[in-house]
Design a protein around this ligand. Structure first.
Ligand code: GLV
Length: 328
């Protein structure tokens, strides 16, 4: 039997691709920094049995119509909102992703931007560089306390729990909101389950780590922002569309909340003239939650393993629609 064909939509370290190269004909889009244009993607998926994609690739019905042979789509991400999973399931296509390996580095980044916002690190550095640092002054660059305050986590999944665990070191009280209670995570972190309204009203830091689903789209809108405390900071390391960005701009511009620290945006890359970037109380970084060399290598290796497993007829470690897999 001829070897399956695989398309990898971004250049990845060659050593990590070995498990696929050993079993398949592999085509790799040669760019690392820029995504494969949609037209190229549509053209190249035709003869492929497997796709290794990134969150910049939209895997929708249109694309799947062009890819009749595909048996597996493996994304180098934990979030799979860029993939039409029900459509894949209907066609018997396995969807794999990379949870677990990015949990800790994403929680680290969450704390990095939370702290940078609370303690005004970018503004402080800019002041030093621009010669705007004069005498020590009582309220110069005064930010917000972090220790001892209240952290509210919207979505206590793996990443949310890792964020909550770090809060223990700061002596914080942690609340969380989500569709169900997580007694084991509560026992490990001391977090308390509360309705979203209560979390918003009580938290000094509101951290979004929930997955993006139809039910969580614009979970934080005008009404929710209005419930937040004037000294509160919104931190988003989940997906941009969890929050209504227009409403967020209004709340920040009016000083209704103290600041926002954002790693994700409704449209990425964020346009340099986006109104969020005109606001001094916004910290924006380019979707780098999991961006460490170690973690990105682990994610690539896991995405490769998932795709190789499906093509070999084995059960992959992290399949979001296992019902399409042959019974084990
Ligand atoms: C990154 O946002 C991911 O989903 O892995």
């Amino acid at each position: 039997m001829s070897r399956p064909r695989v398309l990898i939509t971004r250049a990845l370290p060659a050593d990590l691709l070995q498990p696929l190269a050993a079993i398949a004909e592999v085509e790799v889009w040669p760019q690392e920094v820029t995504a494969m244009p949609r037209a190229d993607l549509l053209r190249r998926v035709g003869g492929c049995h497997g796709l290794l994609v990134l969150l910049t690739d939209r895997i929708d019905r249109d694309l799947l119509d062009n890819a009749p042979l595909v048996r597996a789509v493996s994304t180098m991400a934990v979030g799979y909102d860029h993939i039409d999973v029900p459509e894949c399931t209907k066609r018997g296509i396995a969807v794999c992703h990379t949870p677990g390996v990015l949990t800790e580095s994403t929680a680290d980044l969450c704390w990095a931007i939370l702290m940078a916002s609370a303690r005004r690190l970018y503004a402080g550095q800019q002041a030093v560089r621009e010669g705007a640092w004069h005498d020590w002054a009582p309220f110069f660059m005064a930010g917000q306390d972090i220790h001892g305050r209240t952290l509210g986590i919207v979505g206590l999944g793996r990443i949310g729990e890792a964020v909550a665990r770090r809060a223990l070191g700061f002596g914080m009280r942690t609340l969380y909101a989500g569709p169900s209670r997580k007694p084991e995570a509560e026992a490990r972190t001391g977090a308390r389950h509360v309705p979203l309204e209560e979390l918003l009203a009580q938290s000094d830091f509101v951290v979004l780590t929930a997955p993006l689903r139809p039910s969580t789209h614009h979970l934080i809108g005008r009404g929710e922002l209005a419930r937040m405390r004037p000294e509160a900071i919104l931190v988003n390391v989940g997906r941009g569309a969890l929050c209504d960005e227009d409403a967020l701009v209004e709340a920040l511009a009016a000083g209704r909340i103290w600041g926002a620290a954002l790693d994700v945006f409704a449209t990425e890359p964020l346009a340099p003239d986006h109104p969020l970037l005109a606001l001094p109380n916004v910290i924006a970084v380019p979707h780098i939650g999991s961006a460490t060399v170690q973690t990105r290598r682990a994610m690539a290796a896991l995405a490769v393993a998932g795709l190789a497993d499906v093509l070999l007829g084995k059960r992959p470690q992290h399949c979001v629609n296992p019902e399409v897999l042959p019974a084990s």
